[in-house]
Design a protein. Structure first.
Length: 183
């Protein structure tokens, strides 16, 4: 595995990031990373999505990783935070920590996720994805699910959160983003 891009998200953004529907009053740098307030909305209307060009999947397999930590336990149905994959400007896949019917899960696959912090790992190839996660305090990744991706076309990867409550402020911390080429 060789690292292509790393960003600790601590104090400033690395080169190559762009905001999608930026709301400057609802993101900040905290003591330990980038913090984004979970806003109401869905995949097509998400605010404060941080997007960057993804590596060319025709060149092999790549792993995208981020650590996600909830400052406040989610309360809104489908409140979520994690990685979203864009293909030709449209969100086509996500690996997130999400509240569904009162319980927290990793989506896709729906394994239970009780830890406050989780390391998400998305491995992509020219035509597939594998969603992995590692709860805080654990050393091994677990596979949540696997599937297919559409053919590469202007791919981008994003860190984002949405479906937040309209009447409360729930902040998510994102740290240690990386993209690596798999062997």
């Amino acid at each position: 595995m060789s690292v292509i891009f790393e960003d600790s998200l601590n104090g400033k953004l690395g080169d190559g990031w762009e905001w999608l529907r930026e709301s400057p009053d609802t993101w900040r740098f905290g003591d330990e990373g980038l913090e984004i307030c979970v806003q109401p909305g869905v995949a097509d209307t998400v605010k404060n999505a941080l997007v960057r060009t993804a590596p060319d999947r025709n060149d092999g397999a790549f792993a995208i990783e981020i650590t996600v930590m909830n400052h406040t336990r989610p309360t809104q149905q489908y409140e979520q935070a994690g990685i979203t994959w864009y293909n030709d400007g449209k969100p086509v896949f996500k690996i997130v920590k999400e509240l569904i019917d009162g319980d927290l899960f990793i989506i896709p696959g729906r394994p239970s996720m009780r830890a406050k912090s989780v390391r998400l790992r998305l491995v992509v190839t020219a035509n597939s994805w594998e969603a992995l996660y590692r709860p805080e305090g654990e050393s091994e990744y677990q596979t949540a699910a696997k599937g297919e991706l559409p053919a590469p076309k202007n791919d981008q990867v994003s860190i984002q959160c949405y479906n937040g409550p309209a009447d409360e402020q729930h902040w998510i911390r994102f740290t240690d983003f990386s993209i690596s080429k798999e062997k």
